[in-house]
Design a protein around this ligand. Structure first.
Ligand code: SF4
Length: 103
């Protein structure tokens, strides 16, 4: 699926109210590792499971006083509007967010 189509598909899923695991955010390396492991074992290539486990939202989440949009995340590729976290590898929008956000 082309990135633009897939981005629209994800936007639609989120707009329709897909319940994702927004909280708790991944605050420690152990938290990150646990979520990444679940993505590897449970989600694999299943789009909905990726969105759910990573806690995707179509708006910015503020955690511990920090805004966590994709656009400031270390995994965000600005020009492609793409998340290159290996377990996600998904087109995103700059104002989306997930709980694996990292600076
Ligand atoms: S890891 Fe970063 S770029 Fe990827 S979806 Fe989460 S917040 Fe967005």
């Amino acid at each position: 699926m082309a990135d633009e189509t897939l981005r629209e598909t994800i936007a639609e899923r989120l707009a329709l109210g897909l319940k994702t695991e927004v909280w708790p955010r991944a605050e420690t390396s152990a938290d990150v590792n646990a979520i990444v492991r679940r993505l590897q074992v449970e989600a694999k290539d299943d789009l909905d499971k990726k969105l759910i486990i990573a806690g995707f939202t179509d708006h910015v989440i503020v955690a511990e006083g920090l805004e966590q949009p994709c656009e400031t995340c270390m995994y965000y590729q600005v020009h492609a509007r793409f998340c290159d976290l290996p377990e996600l590898m998904l087109p995103v929008e700059p104002n989306w967010s997930c709980r694996l956000w990292r600076i």
